[in-house]
Design a protein around this ligand. Structure first.
Ligand SMILES: [Zn+2]
Length: 309
């Protein structure tokens, strides 16, 4: 077999005689070189294919480094958050302690004001309706801390409401207490009690409408409750007398004074000096004749003078 190669540059066509041994060697050599070139190209191509894997590997290495860095940062954040939470928990504990003290104070106030009838219970939050949910904050506290804060907040709300009610009740109670005759109008000792006794002048049986408190001439006489002076002057038998209306059904009378220091229409407070003690009217010596009237009836003043405000 012969292959004839025709070329423009060459006038004589070249003939490759495949039958010749020399030509077959040459073609074999060329083929071997071609196969070698192909193999080299394949290897290069294989390298080109393997390269993205290497790139991925290096990317993974970098990512792992990043992740490990982020893990450290997360640990830092968690540590900071834990520190914040610890601080918050400490603060919460302090608030709870304050709430406990507030409870104790409230209970003591309720006892002082004799209001411990079960209406005031500072240990429990007052019953309230409805459920509140805080949503959309996007920042979640740990469940226990969150519920502790909510509980504490409602506790404070309850205490606030109860203390407000207690305050107004105590105010009312104090006003009420100030209007009720309490204690002795003058320093001295009780020389004559309320009720039946022999009349000191006639010796006949008579009803004593008050108590007598023996005291030196000129000793200050005090109002035993807040009120309005309704009379200041002389009454038969009583001598110089002061009468105070306390506006709640009570009226008090202070008799036999040597000097009157209050005038009708004058508003007096507990303990105000209204007169100096004396022995005017039907009297055998310096003393204060003290009467308590309740809803138009004279009553025994003993219970009132023995009370304390
Ligand atoms: Zn008397």
């Amino acid at each position: 077999m012969q292959i004839i190669l025709v070329s423009r540059t060459k006038k004589v066509p070249r003939t490759l005689d495949l039958a010749s041994r020399r030509m077959r060697w040459r073609i074999g050599a060329v083929a071997a070189v071609a196969v070698g070139a192909c193999m080299a190209a394949g290897a290069a191509a294989a390298l080109m294919v393997a390269s993205p894997r290497d790139r991925a590997l290096s990317e993974i290495t970098a990512l792992r480094a990043t992740v490990s860095q982020q893990t450290r940062q997360l640990a830092d954040v968690q540590r900071d958050a834990q520190r914040d939470l610890d601080a918050l928990a400490v603060k919460l504990g302090q608030l709870q302690a304050q709430s406990t003290r507030l409870n104790a104070l409230g209970e003591r106030l309720a006892q002082m004001g004799k209001l411990d009838d079960g209406e005031f219970n500072f240990d429990q939050a007052p019953p309230v309706g409805g459920v509140e949910e805080i949503s959309g904050s996007g920042y979640a506290l740990p469940q226990t801390l969150d519920s502790s804060i909510s509980q504490l907040a409602s506790q404070f709300d309850g205490q606030q409401a109860q203390l407000t009610a207690l305050q107004s009740l105590l105010m009312d109670a104090r006003i009420e207490s100030n209007l009720k005759p309490t204690g002795m109008p003058v320093q001295g000792y009780i020389s004559s009690y309320f009720g039946g006794r022999p009349d000191p002048f006639s010796g006949h049986s008579a009803r004593h409408t008050g108590i007598d408190i023996a005291t030196p001439l000129g000793t200050p006489v005090h109002a035993v409750a807040e009120g309005m002076v309704t009379f200041a002057g002389i009454r038969s038998g009583y001598g110089d007398v002061i009468e105070i209306d306390h506006g709640n059904g009570y009226m008090t009378r202070y008799a036999h004074n040597s000097k009157l220091l209050a005038h009708p229409g004058q508003r007096v407070r507990v303990g105000d000096v209204i007169a100096d003690a004396g022995s005017t009217g039907r009297s055998t010596g310096s003393h204060v004749h003290f009467e308590v009237w309740y809803k138009g009836r004279v009553v025994n003043p003993l219970a009132y003078v023995r009370n304390h405000r």
